[in-house]
Design a protein around this ligand. Structure first.
Ligand SMILES: C[S@@+](CC[C@H](N)C(=O)[O-])C[C@H]1O[C@@H](n2cnc3c(N)ncnc32)[C@H](O)[C@@H]1O
Length: 302
């Protein structure tokens, strides 16, 4: 991690394929700590403008300051990117370059009090937007066992999802689960000696599944893709020949992105750069382990 709290992944590829030109409007839908936005926005100068959106008001504010300190004209919104249509309508602007870099920033994992990390004890929160309605504790303590098992198995791709859900259901009969340490040790119990064979921490997949559920991340992505489809068909917030990049970290995110871009290309509305997308080099993965599962897909509107 850097002092800004996040290393932007696939930065060279993002810049090379989104290619902002001087005067471009750059729309970063997952502003995070502003790393991608700073690079894209700088390439859009002179005359460009950065619009930044983030569900986390702390990240939005951090990035706003970072961009302003670099004298980049910017408009920052604390919003979910599912509301991109409304945001762009309110601003009455069209984007030439759009980026969504899904998931959490490293800084989320480093703040124990946000509850994303299994490496430090904290409350079971996991909300990207601290004003959001549902915490990880709510999900763990109220979701029916079968749904919990489905979530951990399918979204988390955790082979022991059913056993973990059963243990959670048993545990919560004694009282609500409230801490990340509690969940982490419960998963370790389920794994038992199998934990030794696990390449990643055994609780990684369970934590990820919960985070995706708490923030309704797959539904937000579906809505974003629907807005991109609409805009590609009828102008609205995407400028002619706009370039859209989405970086995903999970096959359940990558699959709908791939499908959406391929459909738009098949309808003659755009062109997909490199059909398999772009993945990080070994050198980038060595430098930033978080990049390991990243895949960037690019759509250029016709
Ligand atoms: C991987 S980080 C982005 C890092 C950023 N590209 C950078 O260079 O610093 C993802 C960011 O997207 C935000 N985010 C995730 N889902 C979101 C959504 N549906 N709407 C808005 N922001 C979202 C998170 O709060 C987080 O700050």
């Amino acid at each position: 991690m850097t002092d800004v709290g996040h290393i932007p992944v696939l930065l060279d590829e993002v810049l090379a394929h989104l290619r902002p030109e001087p005067g471009s409007v750059v729309l970063d839908l997952t502003l995070g700590r502003g790393g991608h936005a700073l690079t894209l926005g700088t390439a859009a100068m002179p005359g460009g403008h950065v619009i930044g959106v983030d569900a986390d008001p702390g990240n939005a504010e951090f990035a706003r300051k970072r961009l302003s300190d670099s004298n980049l004209p910017c408009t920052i919104r604390h919003e979910n990117f599912a509301r991109v249509g409304e945001v762009m309508r309110e601003l009455d602007m069209q984007a030439d370059v759009v980026l969504a870099d899904l998931g959490v920033a490293s800084v989320h994992l480093d703040q124990a009090e946000r509850g994303f990390s299994m490496m430090a004890d904290g409350p079971l929160d996991m909300r990207l937007d601290p004003t959001g309605p549902t915490t990880a504790a709510d999900v763990l303590n109220t979701m029916p066992e079968a749904d919990l098992a489905h979530l951990i198995r399918t979204v988390g791709e955790e082979p022991l999802g059913r056993q973990i859900a059963a243990k959670i259901a048993l545990q919560r009969q004694q009282g609500p689960m409230t801490t990340t340490e509690h969940l982490r040790s419960l998963v370790l119990d389920v794994y038992g000696p199998r934990a030794r064979d696990s390449r990643r921490h055994p609780a990684t997949r369970t934590f990820m599944a919960l985070r995706i559920a708490v923030n309704d991340e797959l539904a937000a992505l579906d809505t974003l893709l629907a807005r991109i489809r609409q805009a590609a068909h009828g102008g609205q917030w995407l400028a002619p020949k706009a370039r859209v990049g989405i970086i995903s970290f999970h096959s359940l995110e990558d699959r709908p992105v791939k499908r959406c871009f391929a459909e738009l290309a098949a309808d003659g509305l755009g062109h997909v750069s490199q059909r398999s997308g772009f993945v990080p080099s070994d050198e980038e993965i060595d430098r930033n382990g978080r990049a390991r599962s990243a895949r960037l897909r690019i759509l250029e509107l016709a």
